[in-house]
Design a protein around this ligand. Sequence first.
Ligand code: ASP
Length: 293
Amino acid sequence: MKHILLLATGGTIASKPTQEGLTPEIDSEELLRCVPEAADICRITAEQLFALDSSNVHAAHWLAIARHIEKCFEDYDGFVITHGTDTMAYTAAALSYLIQYSPKPVLITGSQKSIYDRDTDARRNLLDALRYAADDRSHGVAVVFDGKVIIGTRARKTRTRSFNAFSSIDYPELAVIREGRVIPYIETPKPASPVFYHAMNPRVFVLRLVPGQDGAIFDDLARHYDAAVVEGFGMGGLPLQVGVRVKNEIEMIEAHTMTIEAIVTKLMWALGQTKDPRQVRSLFCRPVAKDLL
Ligand code: ASP
């Protein structure tokens, strides 16, 4: 039987109603007790990494998760992380850069309702994630949610309330899980051994252009940030004033069909490895886990 490490980090899945609203108070052992059927799928060790609403999760937490997995990588066959849904796609993308070429699955799941809610999606999602983690064909970082398995660099929360909260952007789902059965759509060869990274630089800003944007904004950004992601219009179109500044004064890298979550975390990862803009560009442009096709 496969041995899976369950790492709890908070989120709605682990929340109880309190006077301050829903707070993530259910620990990893208690989560596990809510899915007794899991004992038929795999052997599980449960650990609590932190207990946060995911709006408070950032680069330091991504590094802590990756470090923890690295420390005990040889002891388990796979890893399931329970997490809030709001920033789950960022965590999935960040872990895709911090843990590359993993021959073991590193899966992230959560839910739209607390595990104690009568009509919760939490039990299904947690059991599906454990099921996929125990599947011989699984490897790498992915989100498991509402019966879909989405590669970590392509996940996006596209619905706020629906159980069908996550979509795979510009890439097919890796697998679906129907009535407890894993049905793979895309099978890729298992890499031999993982590469872990230990640094990220969070000084990345996202600028979504609005019509009439003043290009002088880049002077302010340059004072506080090491990189800016500029979300242009349509296929990346830039208005004249911004376009001229970007072309003449700024090292520009195209992100093609990457998700904003992947762009931001890949930049943080690349800037964590080097300060040299040319090396940042070369790290950024190297495809990782289907982020660039
Ligand atoms: N605010 C919660 C969180 O992201 C929402 C959720 O888990 O669905 O932690």
